[in-house]
Each structure stands twice: as structure tokens, then as C-alpha cells.
Design a protein around this ligand. Structure first.
Ligand code: ZN
Length: 360
């Protein structure tokens, strides 16, 4: 099996279309996954790129609707999702500009888009169209629709409609079926009955049947007991073996000799057992979202810096070494934000290792 680097078209910078899809196929065949990190600023993007460069592995940067709005600036109006559209586009362009300098192969993705957020999705697709017209590829690598709140038929049919718009630009669609527990981006599933936290083989097959005739470039975030945010231990049991049963069902329906026809995405995996992650990787998980753990890592760098230097962070002048001592070199944002980046960069590398996204 050739290395992912030998796949045709792989380069430093943002990958889209057939190249991006070939890496996902390679991941499935080699039982690793590309971690996708939620970024909200150039600082967090840089931390992810730095980690990708250190490991020399493909990586994914994703912007949520709220994270994208934050990227453009919290003070902007977002009444019609204009700040979310602008921030996601600005973020994608930023990644495109700097990733080649880092030497990193990167996917740019937009995260959870619920039905009420579709204007955000539409705005990003417009930007993809304009970029495609100019450069022959979309601005983003992939986008996610999160319609699991709707009934399955509506979820799948809206996904099919969007995939029809995305396929001519070679965009990858990620969709979610079955309910991921917990709270994320304003969707609160924390009260959902535990029995609804598991998808069925029929669910994922229905997605394949509807989407595959349009384009092969789609991934499924199926529910197998995963919970967005942090786990309450013992609350829900992760059953990654369900993914294997979904693959077997789809393979039997296809009857074409394929064994793992589905591409899965792992949402809500913070705090998962390593053995559950390994099992998921063997069952066709090609992408895993990482947000909560890197949020903590980013904060932890600042926390440690503050605790280690608190006397120098109370005023511009004066610390325990003397009342005249200047503190500028401590409160300069480049100092403490860098500490956040360093700890986030380490956590990003750890996530890559957990997902076997490391050079063997
Ligand atoms: Zn999700």
C-alpha cells in the first residue's frame, strides 16, 4: 500500500475533490482517520497547522457556524448568518494562504449545519461556486449538514438536494443520521432517550441508496452512543461495533464484493476509550471531530502561564522582583496566546496519534 503522500495530486495546502476523497479512501483502507479540529481564530488554525507539520500528516480544519462568526468578529451582526458566511470564507482563504508555508496537506470543512442555519450553508456554497469558476475547484473541501433533528426521510432528501448542488464542484458532503447526544452549537440533545442514540443498519443503507447515485463523495456521522461535549461517565455506552454491522448490511445489499462501502465520521468522541476508537477505525471511520479537548488544551496553556507568572500579570509595572519592574513581556498577547497554541498543538498531535494518523 503506497503512502498517502504518493496519492496523485497530494500537495501541501488545501486539498479538495478527487484528491481529498482519495485520502479518505486511503484512510479507510489503512484504518486511520483524519482528525478535524474546530478553529475560531488564526491562532487556533496556526496551532493545528503546526501540529500537522510536526507529524507530516494530513489534517482537517473545520469552522462551526458560531466559530466562523467569531472568526470574522463577535461584534458583527449575524442576523442572516452573514458573519458566519463571511468568517467561514475568510477562514478558508486564510488556511489556503498559509498552509503551503507549513507544508501541510489540509482539508477545510464546515461543521454542523442544522436546518435553521441553511442560509450559512448557502452562502458558503456561493463562495465555492465563485472559487470553482476561477480556479476549477471549490473553496472548501467539504461541508456538513446536520439534519438529524428532522425525520429520516426529510434529512436524507435535503441532503440529496444539496449533494446535487455540490457534486458538480466535487465537494464532499458529511451528513448525520441518528441522534448524537449532548449539546453542540445550540442543538441540545441532552434530554434524548438513550435508545435513540443508536443508528440502525437500515438508516445508513437508506443514506447510501439516496446519495450514492448522485455522488460517491459523502460521509455519514452515524450515532453509536456518542455524545457531543464531555461525557458523563456511564451515561451512554459507546458501541463502535454497530458501525461494523452497518458496513456488513450495506455490503450485503450491494453484493458487489465490497466489504466496507460506507465512510463514517465520529462525532462526540471526547473522552472515548482508546479501544473504542480503534474499533471505530477498523469499521470505516475516516474522520473524527475534536473540539472539546482542544478547547481545554488551548485554555490550559494560558492557565498554566498565568499561574506561573501571576505576579507579573496584575499591572503594567511592578512584580515580585520590584515595584519598578515592567511586565510588558508577559502581558503581550503574543506571549500568552502562544502558550495556548503550544498546548493546543500538543493536544492536536495526541489526537492524531489516537486516530493512527501518524507515519508508521
Ligand atoms: Zn454531530
Amino acid at each position: 500500500m503506497p503512502s498517502w503522500k504518493e496519492l496523485p495530486g497530494v500537495k501541501a495546502g488545501v486539498v479538495t475533490g478527487d484528491v481529498a476523497w482519495a485520502i479518505m479512501k486511503h484512510a479507510k483502507e489503512n484504518a486511520y482517520a483524519i482528525p478535524a479540529f474546530n478553529c475560531t481564530s488564526t491562532s487556533s488554525v496556526n496551532a493545528v497547522l503546526e501540529a500537522g507539520a510536526k507529524l507530516d500528516r494530513p489534517i482537517m480544519i473545520q469552522f462551526s457556524e458560531g466559530g466562523a462568526a467569531f472568526f470574522a468578529g463577535k461584534s458583527l451582526s449575524n442576523k442572516n448568518k452573514e458573519a458566519s458566511v463571511l468568517g467561514a470564507i475568510a477562514g478558508a482563504h486564510y488556511v489556503r494562504m498559509v498552509a503551503p508555508a507549513y507544508g501541510v496537506t489540509v482539508f477545510v470543512h464546515s461543521d454542523h449545519c442544522a436546518k435553521k442555519l441553511l442560509p450559512w450553508f448557502d452562502g458558503m456554497l456561493e463562495a465555492d461556486k465563485a472559487y470553482f469558476a476561477a480556479h476549477g475547484e471549490p473553496l472548501f473541501s467539504s461541508h456538513m449538514l446536520e439534519l438529524s433533528e428532522e425525520d429520516h426521510a426529510e434529512n436524507i432528501s435535503i441532503c440529496a438536494d444539496y449533494l446535487k448542488k455540490m457534486a458538480p464542484m466535487n465537494l464532499i458532503l458529511e451528513m448525520e443520521i441518528g441522534i448524537t447526544g449532548g449539546v453542540e452549537d445550540g442543538v441540545d440533545n441532552s434530554g434524548v432517550d438513550n435508545s435513540k442514540l443508536y443508528s440502525t443498519p437500515e438508516d445508513t443503507w437508506a443514506v447510501y441508496e439516496a446519495l450514492h447515485p448522485i455522488s460517491e463523495k459523502f460521509t455519514i456521522a452515524a450515532a453509536f452512543g456518542n455524545v457531543h461535549g464531555v461525557y458523563k461517565p456511564g451515561n451512554v455506552k459507546l458501541q463502535p461495533e454497530l458501525l461494523d454491522s452497518f458496513q456488513k448490511h450495506a455490503a450485503a445489499k450491494l453484493g458487489d464484493g465490497s466489504t466496507k462501502p460506507l465512510f463514517f465520521v465520529f462525532h462526540g468522541g471526547s473522552g472515548s476509550e482508546k479501544s473504542d476508537i480503534a474499533s471505530a477505525l477498523g469499521s470505516g471511520v475516516v474522520k473524527m471531530n475534536v473540539d472539546t479537548d482542544t478547547q481545554w488544551a488551548y485554555w490550559e496553556g494560558i492557565l498554566k502561564f498565568y499561574k506561573g507568572n501571576d505576579d507579573k500579570l496584575q499591572g503594567q509595572i511592578g512584580n515580585k522582583d520590584g515595584p519598578e519592574k515592567p511586565n510588558k513581556s508577559y502581558y503581550d498577547p503574543r506571549k500568552w496566546l502562544r502558550e495556548a497554541e503550544v498546548t493546543m498543538c500538543e493536544r492536536v498531535q495526541e489526537a492524531c496519534k489516537d486516530l493512527s494518523n501518524v507515519n508508521a
